[in-house]
Design a protein around this ligand. Structure first.
Ligand code: PMP
Length: 455
């Protein structure tokens, strides 16, 4: 994997420091080279703050991996976990539990349109694996069409439909995957002069892809309505509805991957709501339990559920519908409601975006600021006019922009994801304003430092 650009892989901790833990040598870490960093060792969390074993406090404006939406150490979840541990944590998946039944009903009430049936799994990747199997079984077709700009997970099928560089270690990929470009707002893959034209060209390319692949062979289009980990692109509504029409025209399913962009992260329960989009299947994870338990789910409509009435749903893992995870997810949904976090994300998100745009106006190293709800990204550039990559410029001297931004923030007690040209801001939806303001001030200082690298 000589070509694999390591700076693409998950931002990371400060490189080239000696190991701090003598008992850490047996751990294999994902998404990064093994020996080059010293992980911080955290022992406690409360809302947006984390404490390491030396008692140092950090503000986590990445919410773990855009997952800890209700903040760390929430007392309601702690109580549910205590109770669950003493009552029943797990039974075989073919038995019912009250928590699973109730959760499915509550989730169905929040899912868009007629998506009223829910299958539970362990995370975002296996939700995607399940969705792909369901789409193939239901349509009797095999091919999957997905976006170059998307990440869908690290398992075999999810890697194969991921367009970005994170798919590379899974190659050779499962066959039958076609990819398209989403219309670009900041950088345009189609070179159109207006967004309407860009969307039309993007949709025409998808339609041509269907024709080339053979429309009757395509089982599904998979799309993140708001593309998350690869740089945060809020897709134009017309494009998403255009994909819906293409699916209707060719009789394939539309799968919305809302692993990140649901549960208030982008200001709605599900981002499909924002667009009035009704996919056939939705996958999600992360904010479903705010990271307190590994968990994910697949929502589907009645036609799809009924397809499995007289044939087996051949899929499901040992911990499918895990009782404790379901109880945690239920309580987590109650926290969103009781603390009005979806509304808070939308409102505080506007404030965040305004503040970041104000920083943008003063710093030439920023090409664009984008966001939706409490999810924003700063995209750096070496030259605002040409929109050239600052990360690529630094990479020429073997420097990683992501690592640099990460360490400069860490020095100020701020933790978040920074990779390639992107600095992500995705705090817990519960973040106190004082923490958010401190983080924004720190970002301003760091960006001032980064200005020296522009052309
Ligand atoms: N889909 C999307 C859109 C994601 O962002 C992610 C994870 N970042 C996944 C799927 C995979 O989820 P998980 O890591 O829980 O398997």
């Amino acid at each position: 994997y000589a070509d694999l650009n390591m700076s693409l892989l998950g931002g990371g901790l400060p490189p080239n420091k000696p190991r701090e833990l003598d008992d850490d040598g047996h751990v294999v870490y994902g998404w990064r080279p093994q020996p080059k960093f010293t992980p911080l060792t955290f022992t406690r969390g409360e809302n947006s703050r984390l404490w390491d074993r030396d008692g140092r406090c950090f503000i986590d404006i990445g919410a773990g991996q855009m997952s800890v939406n209700i903040g760390y150490g929430h007392p309601k979840i702690q109580n549910v976990m205590r109770r669950g541990a003493s009552e029943l944590t797990y039974v075989a998946p073919y038995f019912a539990t009250e928590a699973r039944s109730l959760l499915a009903r509550r989730v169905a009430a929040r899912l868009p349109g007629d998506l009223n049936y829910v299958f539970f799994c362990n995370g975002g990747s296996d939700a995607i694996e399940t969705a792909l199997k369901v789409a193939r079984a239901y349509t009797g077709r095999t091919k999957i069409i997905a976006a170059w700009q998307s990440y869908h997970g690290a398992t075999a099928g999810a890697s194969a439909i991921s367009g970005d560089a994170r798919r590379l270690m899974a190659e050779p990929l499962i066959p039958g995957v076609g990819r398209f470009h989403v219309p670009g707002q900041y950088r345009s893959p189609f070179g159109a002069t207006s967004m309407d034209e860009e969307v039309a060209m993007a949709l025409e390319a998808v339609d041509n892809l269907f024709k080339l692949e053979g429309p009757n062979s395509v089982a599904a289009i998979v799309i993140e309505p708001i593309i998350g980990g690869s740089g945060l692109y809020v897709l134009p509504s017309k494009f998403l509805h255009g994909l819906r029409s293409i699916c209707n025209k060719y009789g394939c399913l539309l799968i919305a991957d809302e692993t990140i962009c649901a549960w208030g992260r982008c200001g709605e329960w599900f981002s499909s709501h924002r667009y009035g989009l009704v996919p056939d299947i939705i996958t999600t994870a992360k904010g479903v339990t705010s990271g307190y338990m590994p968990f994910g789910l697949v929502g589907m409509n009645e036609n799809i559920r009924d397809f499995f009435n007289d044939r087996a749903f051949v899929g499901g893992l040992t911990t499918e519908g895990h009782a404790l995870a379901c109880s945690v997810a239920l309580a987590n949904m109650e926290v969103y409601e009781e603390e009005a976090l979806i509304e808070r994300s939308s409102k505080l998100g506007e404030y965040l975006l305004n503040r970041l745009n104000e920083i943008f106006s003063r710093h030439s190293c920023i090409g664009e600021v984008r966001g939706s709800g409490l999810y924003a990204v700063i995209e750096f550039t070496a030259d605002r006019g040409r929109k050239s990559s600052l990360a690529a410029k630094l990479q020429k001297n073997s420097n990683s922009l992501g690592d640099l931004v990460y360490s400069l923030l860490l020095e100020r007690g701020i933790i978040t994801m920074a990779k390639n040209d992107f600095l992500f801001v995705a705090p817990p939806l519960t973040i106190p304003e004082v923490d958010l303001d401190y983080a924004i001030k720190s970002i301003d200082e760091v960006v001032t430092d980064i200005d020296q690298y522009v052309d």
